[in-house]
Write a protein that binds this ligand. Structure first.
Ligand code: FAD
Ligand code: DHB
Length: 390
């Protein structure tokens, strides 16, 4: 088989890139190691920047997002029993974010690809990108026990942190930057109305908590937990008790609880590889970088990578110029590092670290209090949260 671009990974970055290529008439094939049901069962991010929404619109897949998504003009920081609202709309001169689950976005992209007759090869075993350092890149894999090979012009490694693309790069050609955080996030989904109409990011001596949502009747809540914790150790009752304890009383008292239908623990890390291009293979999204979820940047960074890569691929095929492809890695990394910094700083400000102690807690509260009194500090936070320009 031959195509122009083989996309490894059918997550949001692979599907979005595939749709933008298809819309431009550029043949592409997506290969994923799991099946559609598995992909649609993953519960992940929930906050989309305007740039991400714009890209989804450009792909022609934004209809349900605009109908069902919840535009948010601000969020709350809580600490020391207090609430401070970051007014995103006012502080950024009219920008907001959209709350819409990654699972729903992925569903929209998959359905559109199916309608367009785009190829996705699911349940591919042993996917290996090769030849990208020369002129004959190709991807091999096994499907139903048969080895297959797809030749192409370019490979897009959109296969997440544990994918095959980054692993195929020779060690000497890649530099890795990593920070592991000494805690995780326990997240639940429950069909109860959200405690607040906007997100709450809570700093508390017992640990961080986040109140988010998927709709007006479905809540997504997180509490910072130990890396040694197992989901089985957290009954719903224990989760709700802990969440309530980490919120100011005026929120805790009105919180509606109920049975959760999803519960999982995610580790937190910052991770970046440089460069993001290796000959005819480009790394995109989580394959190249991971951020702790505190700033809601993971999915949005995957989208900005797609923006830079589609510019390069369109220029290559339509204008016969490789200038934008050559600039891909540097442009993407410049934005990635700023989001890595922001996610790290939000994480540091809001979580209880093993060495935070009473002194560290006071320093965090002083910084949060400074945020409440300084428009400049609040503006910097708002500007990063809504997403820096592409
Ligand atoms: P992915 O979504 O990881 O997609 C990669 C795709 O590649 C998958 O379909 C996978 O099956 C496929 N694949 C993997 N290996 C191979 C292989 N060898 N061969 C072929 N295919 C392969 N971000 C937030 O902003 N907020 C959150 O709350 C949040 N929670 C998260 C929770 C978890 C458990 C994880 C893992 C991430 C979370 N993120 C969150 C980050 C966000 O979801 C990601 O940044 C986003 O999914 C990145 O999209 P992607 O398409 O680059 O990668
Ligand atoms: C969600 C996740 C985040 O990491 C975040 O910062 C905001 C919202 C969510 O899953 O809704």
């Amino acid at each position: 088989m031959r195509t122009k671009v083989v996309i490894i990974g059918s997550g949001p970055s692979g599907l979005l890139l595939g749709q933008l290529l298809t819309n431009a008439g550029i043949d592409n094939v997506i290969v994923d190691r799991v099946g559609k049901e598995h992909i649609l069962s993953r519960v992940r991010a929930g906050v989309l920047e305007e740039g991400t929404v714009g890209l989804v619109d450009r792909a022609g897949v934004g209809e349900r997002l605009h109908r069902e998504g919840l535009p948010h003009d601000g969020f709350s920081l809580t600490f020391d029993g207090r609430d401070h609202r970051i007014d995103l709309f006012d502080l950024t001169g009219g920008k907001r974010v959209m709350v819409y689950g990654q699972t729903e976005l992925t569903r929209d992209l998959i359905e559109r690809r199916e309608r367009d007759g785009g190829v996705v090869i699911y349940d591919a075993v042993n996917v290996v990108p090769s030849g990208f350092d020369g002129d004959h890149p190709h991807v091999t894999f096994e499907k139903d026990g048969v080895t297959q090979r797809i030749d192409c012009d370019f490979i897009a490694g959109c296969d997440g942190f544990h994918g095959a693309s980054r692993k195929a790069v020779p060690e000497g050609a890649i530099k890795t930057f990593e920070k592991i955080y000494p805690f995780g996030w326990l997240g639940i989904l429950a069909d109860v109305p959200p405690v607040n109409h906007e997100l709450i990011y809570a700093n508390h001596p017992r640990g961080f908590a986040l109140c988010s949502m998927r709709s007006e009747t479905r809540s997504r809540y997180y509490v910072q937990c130990s890396l040694d914790d197992k989901v089985e150790m957290w009954s719903d009752d224990r989760f709700w008790d802990e969440l309530r304890r980490r919120l100011p009383a005026h929120h805790a008292e009105v919180m509606v609880t109920g049975p959760s239908f999803e519960k999982s623990i995610a580790p937190l890390r910052s991770f970046v590889v440089e460069p993001m291009r290796f000959g005819r293979m480009f790394l995109v999204g989580d394959a190249a970088h991971i951020v702790p979820p505190t700033g809601a940047k993971g999915l949005n960074l995957a989208a900005s990578d797609v923006y830079y890569l589609i510019e390069g691929l369109l220029e290559h095929y339509q204008e016969k110029s490789d200038a934008a492809l050559d600039a891909y890695s540097a442009r993407a990394l410049s934005r990635v590092w700023k989001a890595v910094r922001f996610s790290w700083s939000m994480t540091t400000l809001l979580h209880r670290f093993p060495d935070t102690g009473d002194f560290g807690q006071k320093i965090q509260e002083a910084e949060l209090d400074y945020l409440t009194h300084s428009r400049a500090a609040s503006t910097a936070m708002a500007e990063n949260y809504v997403g820096l320009p592409y």
